[in-house]
Design a protein around this ligand. Sequence first.
Ligand code: AGP
Length: 608
Amino acid sequence: MCGIVGYVGPRDAPALLLEGLKRLEYRGYDSAGVSITNGGGLETRKAAGKISKLESVMNGSPLHGTVGIGHTRWATHGAPTECNAHPHHDCTNTIAVVHNGIIENASTLKAQLEARGHEFRSETDTEVLAHLIEAEYEDDLEGAVADALRQVEGTYGIAVVSSRDPDKIVAARKGSPLLIGVGEGEYYVASDASAILQYTRQVVYLDDGEVAVLSRNGYQVVDLRERQLQKPVTKIDWDLEQIEKGGFPHFMLKEIFEQPQTIENTMRGRLLLEEGDAKLGGIDLPAEKLLEADQIIITACGTSWHAGLIGEQLIEEFARIPVEVEYASEFRYRNAVVTPKTLAIVISQSGETADTLAALREAKHRGATTIGIVNVVGSTIARDTDCGMYTHAGPEIGVASTKAFTSQVVSLALLTLKLARMRGLSVVKGREIAEALQKLPGQIKQILDRADEIEQLAEEFKRAPNFLYLGRGYNFPTALEGALKLKEISYIHAEGYPAAEMKHGPIALIDEMMPVVFVAPHDSVFEKLVSNVQEVKARRGTVIAITTRDEEALEGKVDYEFRIPETIEALTPVLAAIPLQLLAYYIAVKRGANVDQPRNLAKSVTVE
Ligand code: AGP
């Protein structure tokens, strides 16, 4: 949601914080601010809009100091204005707080503080923290923060500085991601490693209920009772180049073109071609635990949920285990049937999505064994699941998920192979799947080599007011994903539907103005899909078809066709997703949309 960065050390903090905020901008970009403590007290600069707005404010009125905090916001409470931008101050302007999360009892605390004479300037829940710390302030900042947080309900990742305790940053976490960066005589706090990667790779992940105190002499981590905690230091294996655009105009296009490599990375060391099986070191559950499982629940949000729908079909077809796919935001409050024989597969690119994290904890609470399929190393969901596998797609900066999706589907295929071979799938069938997986990177490359064809297609449809995406079987979820990509970045209303479901309502939308994208590989349901194409054509709809071979049955019924290579039916979504990602990208670019930071969205939704 929001992005937090902080620094204490010998360097000039304002420039460093600004650099860090630019790297975090994909987390939220509707307003930003920094606060610095120096001999002159506490100074703050804020601006509504993107980091570039804050940068010009800071150029106009420079700050100096070597201790500070910064924040880029995704509004939850209070409009995206300068007044509601973080950091927020207390009454005496000696305490500044930046926050990622939601204070659920903010209005109660605010009323109590106002009754004690505190005056509030913003509409935010966060400002309550500044006044609460002020009210609890006695000897030192960390004591005041701990006392304040014991009264808070909700989620937070916070960083606090004060001119009353100037050479210090106090940070705390409950529900929202936060890590400490360990440098040579300098220390950082950040929502994720991308903000500080150019300075250090040594990080300490904070867990819920932990408070970190950073000063020039070092850092310590305590709990809310200020008891010392020992925390491991982890080395980040990403490099800076991976979070740069690498010559592409947008992170999204770079990430689409990275997929031959990222799929290779997802499978590296895991695909056992000869055995037709998969080796998944991270899923270190006893075999009987996997064999006795009589139900699988897959839970996730957004694009990850679409990958889950494909996982359902893979697991049911090859491993013969019943699967339920649950929206995490629904599952967390539903009285779902979960037993100790339930495996709960939790899918998340960021590993920080609040609804998915809560669904994970609910499944665990009900006795399920939890398996994480996560991209961000060291993220909360990765650390909270019983076991799991990283998708190894590398950092995904573009808000619209692309390479993470295809890596999630390939990860689910590898997990399916492992479960299925344990449950009697033949080595021959296993090899067929393994060989098809191995061919994917090359096949994706073939598709990307013809991206210009999709760009031309986008030119035709850049002004379309609506879109319909249709698919069957494994490719109904692909249609959903295609529609989501277009919605997210071009703001065109689009819907994905099972093709046969169309005649039960959406067919009313069809006319010559409605482009209909059919995901139409030559698979077991192709014949059935042809009749759906005819239904659209009969209503003069414009048909765009993603096909795998010359189809006599489609002659004269398709206005635009894009061919993808053939693979086994279960893996066609990985290939069919690529032209749909490109179509959304090029249409959005041609409409002048901000592709990497679409309006109203954020890369990881860390609040409910
Ligand atoms: C996808 O393009 C979106 N960014 C969004 O739907 C995303 O998939 C969803 O928020 C889940 O995120 P996660 O995979 O990081 O948990």
